[in-house]
Design a protein around this ligand. Sequence first.
Ligand code: SME
Length: 163
Amino acid sequence: MEPVIPDLRDVSRADAYAQLLDMQRLLLDDSTDAIAGMATLSALLHHAFGHLWTGFYRVVTPGALLRVGPYQGSLGCQEILFGRGVCGTAAAEQRTVVVPDVHAFPGHIACDARSKSEIVVPVFDATGALMAVLDIDSPVHDAFGDADVDGLERLVAWFARTT
Ligand code: SME
């Protein structure tokens, strides 16, 4: 049996991410498989926090095109151009983007009308190249803060072992 994903909605974000880092270590310490890492991290984050959409867009053409990867939630769009929407902005600028109100973000791509806020974190491989972005959508306004940036950037640091 695999461990049950805890409900961390009522836990402080710092404690919640510490627990998720422990679970990621337990589940993925012996792995260097990027797809396994993306699928496992999507499931952990999505169910621990009850997000709307949690998953990865992979770099398929460096500097140009992202394509959907492992995710949890409602259907995501298939492809996103670098520079478009929140994901494309985070990819083009290789930095974490926090959007408290998606309706106020110019060019936001609405895959699910219930989405109110969003965070997108760049993911780098062993060579330091951008390999994907982690995208999380919330049905709650202003759902993501500094503790999320810190926790998510620590979690995606796992991908520095993949090529
Ligand atoms: N909202 C994202 C698109 C991806 S979906 O939300 C899953 C964006 O603006 O990049």
